[in-house]
Structures are given as structure tokens and as C-alpha cells.
Design a binder for this molecule. Structure first.
Ligand code: NDP
Length: 337
């Protein structure tokens, strides 16, 4: 079974391995397989599920909602997000304006087949909407009971501090930050994590397996495994490119003895690694097949001894990205239409 951790400075407990459906539901993976993956997650003890209105342009929420039908709502923690353009992509179908936030939550609830989400997240920072306007909209959504808690995703340390302060003034709390984090991508460690610790926020981290790369299945010079994300022409192949370089893939292969020493698969090692950081509340793990979910949950509760953590750092060396400036660099400079 999967361990629970508190999400930020709140009373909400979530499974430290949370299932996410980016690029899979409504896109790479057929609906019956998507449903099997969700059921494999439930069978393994995962009760927390992450999606977003933008995934497969709203289809992913629908697929997840359908797959969760019949489950006891109180036993689930459902997270979704708002920011990226959805629907026909009109001028107000995007961003964190009061109009889009208030409308988007209604669409998400309808597709997910629920009266409320447990966590509603700003998927990015919106440079075109005053932060006060966004936070007031979130405060109202919490008061309406449509979302129980509020979080953010890929915000910088300064944005997190400003958002947390405003939320406090408005009588609610930001409790989570959803950044990319893995052995290969550690840009949150120097600034986002300290700002979050200061403000009572924890991380729920995306792509802990670097989209499958840290499972070790992409071997330099060998053919790409059939059906893998690197072969997914609906979007996955493009997204995973940032890690598909021989120097990265070679170093990843050299992690194999570390995984063996712990009696873990490489995939399990990568998920366990992010969970060693105590500001991380959950690893958000994706899957294209139910067997992957069953394998990945075994990372829950694993402790990696300090000498093996050091060995991982030695093996990966300078292919690890640590530049805190990457969060700001990756942020949309104007609202995306
Ligand atoms: P992962 O790094 O966990 O990658 C998951 C993919 O790796 C799977 O779809 C599968 O792809 C492959 N995989 C999984 N398990 C195994 C295994 N045991 N052996 C081999 N391959 C495996 O995370 P994702 O990139 O999918 O992201 C996870 C979640 O994070 C998303 O669903 C979403 O909820 C969230 N997210 C949030 C973002 C944000 O901006 N806030 C951005 C991106 C993601 P395949 O089999 O096709 O190779």
C-alpha cells in the first residue's frame, strides 16, 4: 500500500505516489487502458489523482472522471488545474482572470463528475492578470466549496511568497506547488523549496521519472521501445526530447547498479529519489500501462541511504540541471492564447 503525507501546512493527506494523466488519457492511451491504469492505481492504494483542464483539451478530465465513477468520493483526492487555453481558444479561454478561473472550474467539475475538487491549481503564473484578482477568484471558489484547497504550478519563489501572503489576507492558504523535479531536473532545490518551507507549502512533483527516461528503457544507440512516449507522435515524443541525448541516456544506464543494490527497478529508484526530499508530498507518476502503476507504487516507503544518494550524484555529474533561473525562463512571458 502507499503511504500518505500531509499536503503543505494543512490537514489534507494525499498518497505520496499520485497518479497523473498528462499525455496519456484522451491522447496516447485508449480509454479502456486508461481505465485499467486508474483501477490499477486504486488497487495499489493510490487515492490521489492529478489532471488539468488543458490535458488533451479537456478530454483527460472526462476520461479520469469516467474511470473514477462509482468510487466513494470521500476516499479520493482529486486535483485539477487552470491556466492554459482550452475549448475554442477565445481571448478569455485562458489565463487566471476571474472570468476564466470561475468558468473553468465549472467545466472541470462537470467533466470530472464531482461537486468539488480537493485541490485547484494555477497551472502557471499569469503575467497579464493582477495577482490580487486571481487570488480573490480562488478565495471565492473555496468559499463556494468548489475547491477545498488551492495550489500553484511552476511559480518562482517570489511568486509563491506573494501568492501565499495574499491568500492569507483573503482568509485561505496556498498549500502546494507543482514543479518538475527528478534526479535530472533539480531546479527547485535552491529557491522554490526554501520559499515553500517558509510559507507552509509542499511540492507535488511532476515527471519524477523524467517522462520514462529514468526507467533506463531508452538505451543509447538502440531502437526506441515500441509504444513508449518517445514514439508517441500525438505529443509525447516532442515533450520527452529535452532528455533524449546520448550523454544523459548513458549516465542513466550507469545508475543500474544503484537500483540493484536497493533491489529496486530503475523506475522505482527514480520515484523513491524524489520522495527523499521532505518538502515533497507526492511524486506524480504517469503510466501508459497498468503494470507500470503496479511497479511504480513499490517506491513508497523506500529509504535511499546517504552513500547511495551521493553515488547517484557522482554518476549523473553535470547532466543534472540545477539552475534556479529555469523556473522563470520556462514561464510564459505573455498569456498563451
Ligand atoms: P513520469 O516521469 O512518471 O513519466 C511517466 C511515463 O513514463 C509513463 O507515461 C510511461 O510512458 C513511462 N513509465 C512509467 N512507468 C514506467 C515503468 N515502470 N517502466 C518504464 N516506463 C515507465 O511522469 P509524467 O511526465 O507522465 O508526469 C506525471 C504527471 O505529472 C502528469 O500526468 C501530470 O499529472 C503532472 N504534470 C504536470 C505538469 C505541470 O505543468 N504541472 C507538466 C507535466 C506533468 P511510456 O510507457 O509511454 O513510455
Amino acid at each position: 500500500m502507499v503511504n500518505y503525507r500531509y499536503l503543505g501546512n494543512s490537514g489534507l493527506k494525499i498518497t505520496e505516489i499520485t497518479y497523473g494523466n498528462w499525455l496519456t488519457h484522451g491522447s496516447q492511451v485508449e480509454n479502456d487502458v486508461a481505465t485499467q491504469c486508474v483501477h490499477a492505481a486504486l488497487d495499489a492504494g493510490i487515492t490521489s489523482f492529478d489532471t488539468a483542464d488543458v490535458y488533451a483539451n479537456t478530454k483527460a478530465e472526462q476520461v479520469l472522471g469516467d474511470a473514477l465513477k462509482g468510487q466513494r468520493r470521500e476516499s479520493l483526492e482529486i486535483f485539477t488545474k487552470v491556466y492554459w487555453p482550452t475549448g475554442p481558444g477565445g481571448p478569455n479561454d485562458t489565463g487566471l482572470s476571474r472570468k476564466h478561473v470561475m468558468e473553468s472550474i465549472n467545466g472541470s467539475l462537470q467533466r470530472l463528475g464531482t461537486d468539488y475538487v480537493d485541490l485547484y491549481q494555477a497551472h502557471r503564473y499569469d503575467v497579464e492578470t493582477p495577482l490580487e484578482e486571481t487570488m480573490q477568484a480562488f478565495a471565492d471558489i473555496v468559499r463556494q466549496g468548489k475547491a477545498l484547497y488551492i495550489g500553484v504550478s511552476e511559480w518562482t519563489a517570489d511568486q509563491i511568497r506573494a501568492g501565499a501572503a495574499l491568500a492569507k489576507e483573503l482568509g485561505f492558504q496556498l498549500i502546494s506547488s507543482q514543479p518538475q523535479y527528478s534526479m535530472l531536473w533539480r531546479v527547485i532545490e535552491d529557491e522554490v523549496v526554501p520559499a515553500s518551507q517558509e510559507t507552509g507549502i509542499s511540492q507535488i512533483v511532476w515527471s519524477p521519472m523524467a517522462q520514462g527516461v529514468l526507467s533506463g528503457k531508452y538505451v543509447p544507440g538502440k531502437e526506441l521501445p515500441a509504444g513508449s512516449r518517445a514514439t508517441d507522435d500525438k505529443g509525447g515524443a516532442k515533450m520527452i526530447q529535452r532528455f533524449m541525448h546520448d550523454d544523459v541516456l548513458e549516465r542513466v544506464q550507469r545508475l543500474r547498479p544503484v537500483a540493484e543494490e536497493l533491489d529496486l527497478s530503475m523506475a522505482q529508484l527514480s520515484v523513491a529519489w524524489v520522495l527523499q526530499n521532505d518538502n515533497v508530498a507526492a511524486a506524480l507518476v504517469g503510466a501508459s500501462r497498468p503494470e507500470q502503476v503496479a511497479e511504480n507504487v513499490k517506491a513508497s516507503g523506500v529509504t535511499i541511504p546517504a552513500e547511495l544518494l551521493a553515488k547517484i550524484d557522482d554518476v549523473l555529474g553535470d547532466v543534472v540541471e540545477r539552475d534556479a533561473g529555469k523556473t522563470l525562463e520556462g514561464m510564459p512571458k505573455t498569456r498563451v492564447a
